[in-house]
Design a protein. Structure first.
Ligand SMILES: Cc1ncc(COP(=O)(O)O)c(C=O)c1O
Ligand SMILES: N[C@@H](CCOP(=O)(O)O)C(=O)O
Length: 463
């Protein structure tokens, strides 16, 4: 399997190099050069497999010969052995045809662990025996940061610099990052929003001076390996609900479009996905894009779903590329137009091609009602991000099971949960003493110079 850039001008890479590279050198994102497919028989066969064996079956075509099947299985067993639920990503029934897929049983209590626990091990495996020292730069609106830090803290050959928007993540989210005191972990609060942090990270990759000095890598979903690992749970859930004989719909709380794009990949591989519901909060650029072809930035509004307070969704570029006949030159021009004006129209083929997706914008009231409904009718305390997707799922008429992705543990957002349901979730044991731990982070202006000067003074230059 080779990986190509959405902007068509970066060299094609194999799985090892695409994992270590993160963003493509032409500013694009890497994608497999074709979608592998699983036969109906192969999909049916997944129903009896454990999560680890499902992961191996789904990811093997993407990994190719970068790892032996035994190595891949050992890494998955190690990664998912750290989850607190035997099923890793269990399904919970809400009513006759609605389900939750709980993705928050990993070490940092959000769906990010599913991919990042594996990515940390892949970095370690691919760096073993080399003198390459990775400088991982990332941006987080709350959950990627802690999951990436947990996965990389203390690992040899890697430093991680994680940017979060100052004052715009929950206290639990911030402390999960800033109380990790390993010397290779560097937390930076920037004055600005998540989009500003993400733009700084992308600029670092595209700045020849900076990218030339350090071996940069990514832990955000711009890194293909992140998405690959997330494809697995769509298969794992769907076969338990009757796939391939029965189609399944998914409702996904969406910000950077990574999680829902993984569902699109599963569908391209042959999983019968009836619909992918893109559920946004009031930061609704993706809802406008999917429903009306209008991809234009607004001002980021702060909400009780901080992880989705995003206007520029990195992975939407991957979808536009795939739906636009994979024409990298045309997409590069389209994206450059968006980057300079903050707005673009989808082409007819992109808009019509996105028919697998439905979308919905969920405001504060409907989010609150969804949290209450889950608690009062199904006995489930859910987090606000999950509630955005559940509200969208409840509005969506469907004759197939609808699975809402439960992307974070409610304890990460205790204030919002308590306001909606009267229940204050306890911090799970693994972070029970979080508020007694020492914090370490710096606050910097959100300028390229301030952030890169800080990183350059601490990162290990290329050999
Ligand atoms: C809890 C939670 N839900 C949903 C999302 C949105 O996911 P994505 O950015 O993959 O669209 C995020 C952030 O990524 C998140 O942390
Ligand atoms: N919501 C995310 C934002 C970054 O998304 P990613 O999936 O691209 O890493 C977060 O929690 O940080």
């Amino acid at each position: 399997m080779r990986y190509v850039s959405t902007r068509g001008a970066a060299p094609a890479l194999d799985f090892r190099d695409v994992t270590l590279a993160g963003l493509a050198s032409d500013g694009g994102l890497y994608l497999p050069d074709h979608w592998p497919s699983l036969s109906r028989e192969a999909i049916a066969g997944l129903a009896n497999l454990s999560y680890v064996d499902t992961a191996v079956a789904v990811m093997t075509p993407f990994v190719g010969d970068a790892l032996t099947p035994g190595e891949l299985k050992a890494l998955c067993a190690q990664a998912y052995g750290r989850f607190s639920h035997a099923a890793v990503t269990p399904l919970v029934q809400l009513d006759h045809d609605r389900w939750l897929l709980e993705l928050f049983h990993g070490p940092t209590l959000a769906f990010k662990d599913v991919a990042l626990q594996l990515l940390g091990l892949l970095f370690e495996r691919f760096l073993a025996g080399s003198d390459r020292h990775l400088t991982v730069v990332g941006a987080t609106s709350g959950d990627t940061g802690s999951a990436a830090i947990d996965a990389l803290a203390g690992r040899a050959g890697v430093d991680i610099f994680m940017l979060h928007p100052a004052g715009r993540v929950s206290d639990v989210q911030r402390r999960q990052m800033t109380t990790v005191l390993a010397p290779n972990v560097h937390n930076i609060a920037i004055e600005g929003d998540f989009d500003a942090a993400q733009a700084l990270v992308k600029r670092m990759f595209n700045d020849p001076g900076f990218a030339g000095r350090f071996a940069l890598s990514a832990v955000n979903s711009i890194n293909w390996a992140r998405l690959m690992a997330q494809v697995v749970y769509y298969f794992y859930a769907a076969v338990r609900l009757g796939a391939p004989e029965r189609s399944v719909a998914f409702s996904v709380p969406t910000g950077n479009f990574g999680d829902v794009f993984a569902g699109y990949v599963a569908a391209q591989m042959g999983l019968p996905v009836a619909k992918l519901i893109v559920a946004t909060n009031v930061n609704d650029i993706l809802h406008r894009a999917i429903s009306a072809g209008d991809y234009s930035k607004g001002i980021v509004q702060q909400t009780p779903t901080p992880s989705m307070d995003i206007q520029v969704s990195s992975n939407f570029e991957r979808l536009l590329y795939d739906l636009g006949a994979r024409d990298g030159g045309a997409l590069a021009a389209q994206m450059q137009g968006f980057e300079s004006s903050g707005a673009m129209r989808l082409t007819d083929s992109q808009h019509k091609g996105a028919a697998l997706f439905a979308s919905d914008r969920v405001d504060l009231d409907d989010m609150t009602l969804a949290m209450r409904w889950a608690y009062e009718h199904a006995g489930q305390v859910i987090d606000p991000h999950t509630a955005i997707a559940l509200a969208a799922a409840r509005r969506h008429a469907s004759d197939v099971p609808v699975v809402t992705l439960a992307t974070a543990h409610p304890a990460k957002f205790r204030d919002a949960v308590e306001r909606a349901t009267g229940q204050r979730p306890a911090l799970p044991g693994r972070i029970g003493d979080l508020f007694e731990r020492e914090e370490r982070f710096v606050t910097l202006p959100g300028t390229f110079e301030a952030v890169t000067d800080y990183i350059a003074a601490r990162a290990v230059p290329r050999a």
